[in-house]
Design a protein. Structure first.
Ligand code: NAP
Length: 320
């Protein structure tokens, strides 16, 4: 079979996302000499940068601040010469004239790449109750690390029962007078070690089998209304801060029309991070998977770039 000429392109791979998955892919790509660009979002920051303490990332026995860990990832990537820009990707399209090329459009730039690593992560989910939007930034928060110090000696509520809610509730004990965790079931989803710490912490109280139905206040939050899921009875809890940690939503809007997503909007991949589109690989929190951690994101990133490299090599081998 005769070889065809590979159409013009500017990058072997473009990594979209500046979190642990994206940067790990970037470190591997730059080190192995792939012509790579990492685009980190201008409008969004990686969730890790607002995590105060990561104590389960191997090799760092004393734990590390999320922002600091991300700076180290970046330093390592730059050491290998990774090209990085901070802009939002507006669109990704398969090039009509040359389907082997993916066109990546930014606000004031566009690129032609042979492969893409989707490492766009996820963002906090809203509770969508009355008062949530109204009091955003005036008593409602989605980040204890950012806003915890504003609540010194005050009472706050935390909504959710997962790792994030409990870890953030524990962090808030440094500042708040009392932390009331409102959870819709009578069991936490959080890891046992976090549960144990929270149950031992005098400042943390729990309201079980309850959902927050409204945030109330005047200029600032003064409390919340909570419904008992069994009786339906409503009670009010006084609090000056409401921290909402009820899971995440993936940043996958730009892939909606080109990749297979699951019901929650996460990108479906095989074990080697290949998505439903040839040349696009996914890694980290935006991918459909069981366990979302820094270490699993980094693992995904390494796997994704390896698959991308094989794919690109194969393309180049079939062409001249
Ligand atoms: P998550 O595990 O999905 O937990 C979300 C929590 O919010 C659950 O307790 C859920 O209740 C509750 N919830 C969801 N929707 C709700 C609603 N509409 N009203 C009231 N409650 C609602 O999310 P996450 O805690 O953000 O964790 C996400 C991922 O990051 C997980 O894989 C987690 O392991 C990881 N993570 C790990 C660490 C760590 O290792 N230290 C720290 C942070 C996050 P149910 O329990 O009833 O479903």
């Amino acid at each position: 079979m005769s070889k065809t000429k590979l159409p013009e392109y500017d990058h072997d791979t473009i990594i979209i996302g500046g979190g642990p998955a994206g940067y790990t892919a970037g470190i591997y790509a730059a080190r192995s000499g792939l012509k790579t660009l990492l685009v980190e979002g201008a409008a969004t920051v990686s969730q890790i940068t607002i995590t105060d303490l990561i104590e389960n990332y191997p090799g760092i026995p004393d734990g590390i601040d999320g922002f600091e860990l991300m700076q180290l990832f970046k330093k390592q990537a730059l050491k290998f010469g990774l090209e990085i820009i901070t802009k939002d990707v507006l669109a990704i399209k398969n090039n009509a004239a040359a389907p082997v090329i993916w066109d990546v459009t930014l606000e004031d730039d566009s690129f032609r790449t042979l492969s893409i690593i989707a490492a766009t992560g996820a963002r906090w989910r809203n509770l969508e109750v009355p008062g949530e939007q109204e009091f955003a930034g005036r008593g409602i928060s989605y980040c204890a690390t950012c806003d915890g110090p504003f609540y010194r000696n005050k009472d706050v509520v935390v909504v959710g029962g997962g790792d994030t809610a409990i870890q953030e509730a524990l962090f808030l004990t440094k500042f708040a007078n009392k932390i009331i965790v409102i959870h819709r079931r009578n069991r936490l989803r959080a890891a046992q070690i976090l549960q144990k710490r929270a149950f031992a912490e005098k400042k943390i109280e729990f309201v079980w089998n309850a959902t927050l139905t409204e945030v109330i206040g005047r200029d600032f939050v003064t409390g919340v209304k909570v419904a008992d899921v069994q009786s339906g009875g409503i009670k009010e809890i006084d609090a000056e801060g409401v921290f909402i940690f009820v899971g995440r939503l993936p940043h996958t809007g730009i892939f909606r029309d080109i990749l297979r997503l699951d019901a929650g909007g996460y990108i479906i991949t095989d074990d080697n991070m290949r998505t439903s589109a040839a040349g696009i690989f996914a890694a980290g929190d935006c991918r459909a998977k069981q366990f979302r951690q820094v270490v699993t994101a980094a693992g995904d990133g390494a796997n994704a770039i390896y698959s991308a490299e094989l794919y690109v090599e194969e393309l180049k081998g079939e062409t001249y």
